[in-house]
Design a protein around this ligand. Structure first.
Ligand code: AHR
Length: 502
């Protein structure tokens, strides 16, 4: 194990053993989802500028932001919160603009104009080409209100709510598949015990299940989860009713010990990378419980519907705004590799949050838009969506973080789709390149590998409105591959490699 102060290392060696015969499961495209809440400048300013704005928009939605999310192939977007969800009453946000009443956004201490509501959210999803995931209000809402929302979105019958939807311009149902039953109901969503929440969940889900026929395959119902003990107690209360449950969620935020997104020590960097080990433990524990409560033919999945870095400058006063450096991209790569490894159980993840809030994909300032290093990490990983994950074992040196954890310098995952092997990597070492020797079992790579690399001179480097392209991926010269081959990954770099299989 290298001490975290080790800077004199010239070059590290690692082995990557990929076994094409050992499949781990299909990588759900939804693993690469995101989350947008009515918070700070995420929705208002970041996504919605209104139809009268000089900023180019389609019916009020920024075309630059929607276009960037479309380019990413964003598969799913969670909305409207977050804590906001359990104080949101959807009927405030539908109908003629002049009739929408502004309300107080309780948790984020800002006015909520209600200009962006259900119909605008669905329009955004259609512009981007992603699936909507709506989080229902359990904390201050009712089953009746939730059912009305599902009816508004999904029913094709002639009812009060479908007439309302049609009056608002949508003849055909939206057929929303993903519904979250509350958010953080152990905290901002009602300070409930797991037993209380299970009682509420059973009620909500019973009635929602009766709407299963509104989407092919039925509604996908997601319960709010928390730490191990809470999840265990919740699931215990769900005994005999697990057919009401498709998944339960985890929220995993890390990084609060750093000074800021762009000012941090090398120790903070390695600690953040080490936090992926903590995240993996949480995911593995949740998956263990999910498997235990799954029944034959009915799997319960884990959904990590909020995760990412959260630095001290992201507070209520700043609208949870933070910059985004190369370090965030490295963290993203390590976490996405980890989620890929748990693809038999992790069905969806939603990084927080899409624009201008926490670990954003995109930052905006007036009409300007910048794509963050995190955006580029997602961009480089998009080839995994819908692939089959295969065993990919790393044999690499570790570095000791200031929590005493042995953090591997190399993170990797591999998948196969349409005869192509797709490999994503991160070298988290700040100074040493890693020479990687790839061993392929069960097949051979043929021809030239397409390689792209995301790195910069300093791990604190970021994209600003003045210098938007400082941290962007670059295509490398194609390299020949075979049953075994070797390549060099620069220090603090994310890499993606695609190669045909023979
Ligand atoms: O993403 C910001 C907040 O973090 C969400 O509203 C809440 O669910 C979580 O605590």
């Amino acid at each position: 194990m290298l001490p975290n102060t080790e800077t004199g290392v010239k070059r590290l060696r690692a082995k990557l053993n990929i076994n094409l015969n050992q499949t781990l499961g299909g990588i759900s495209p939804h693993t690469y989802g995101n989350f947008a809440e009515h918070l700070g400048r995420c929705i208002y300013g970041g996504i919605w500028v209104g139809p009268q704005s000089k900023i180019p928009n389609e019916g009020g939605i920024r075309t630059d932001v929607a276009g960037a999310l479309k380019d990413l192939g964003l598969p799913v977007l969670r909305w409207p919160g977050g804590c906001f969800a359990d104080n949101y009453h959807w009927q405030w946000g539908v109908g003629a603009a002049e009739k929408r009443r502004p309300r107080h956004n309780l948790w984020w201490a800002q006015p909520e104009p209600n200009e962006f509501g259900t119909d605008e959210f669905i329009r955004l999803c259609r512009m981007v080409g992603c699936e909507p995931y709506i989080c229902l209000n359990v904390g201050s809402g009712t089953v009746e209100e939730a059912l009305g929302w599902v009816e508004y979105c999904n029913s094709d019958q002639d009812t009060y709510y479908t007439r309302l939807r049609r009056e608002n311009g949508a003849r055909d149902p939206y057929r929303v598949r993903f519904w979250g039953i509350g958010n953080e109901n152990w905290g901002c969503g009602g300070s409930m015990t797991p037993e209380q929440y299970a009682y509420e969940y059973r009620k909500y889900a019973t009635y929602l299940r009766a709407m299963d026929n509104t989407v092919p395959g039925g509604l996908f119902l997601i319960a709010c989860g928390f730490h191990d003990d809470w999840n265990f107690r919740f699931l215990r209360e769900m005994r005999g009713a697990t057919h009401l449950l498709d998944a339960f969620s985890l929220h995993l935020y890390v990084g609060g010990y750093s000074r800021s997104a762009t000012e941090f020590t090398d120790e903070d960097h390695y600690r953040l990378m080490g936090d992926v080990l903590f995240m993996e433990t949480e995911v593995a524990r949740a998956c263990h419980l999910a498997r235990y409560y799954s029944t034959f033919g009915r799997q319960i999945y884990v959904v990590v519907d909020e995760w990412g870095t959260w630095y001290p400058e992201a507070n209520v006063a700043s609208g949870l705004y933070q910059q985004n450096a190369l370090r965030d991209a490295l963290f993203t790569a390590c976490a996405l590799n980890m989620f890929n490894r748990h693809c038999d159980c992790v069905f969806m993840t939603n990084m927080a949050q899409t624009v201008n809030v926490l670990q954003s994909l995109i930052l905006t300032q007036g009409s300007k838009m910048v794509l963050t290093p995190t955006y580029w990490a997602y961009y480089m990983f998009r080839g995994h969506m819908g692939g089959t994950a295969v065993a990919c074992e790393t044999d690499a040196p570790t570095i000791q973080d200031n929590q005493g954890r042995a953090v591997p310098v190399l993170s990797a995952s591999a998948s196969v789709k349409d005869g192509t092997l797709f490999l994503t990597l991160a070298n988290i070492h700040l100074t040493a390149p890693v020479s990687v020797e790839v061993g392929l079992l069960g097949g051979s790579a043929s021809g030239q590998a397409c390689v792209s690399i995301l790195t910069s001179r300093d791990v604190r480097d970021h994209n600003s409105f003045e210098a938007p392209n400082r941290v962007v991926p670059r295509a490398k010269k194609a390299a020949a591959a075979g049953a075994s081959w070797r390549f060099r990954l620069p220090p603090m770099a994310v890499g993606a490699i695609a190669v045909g299989l023979s």
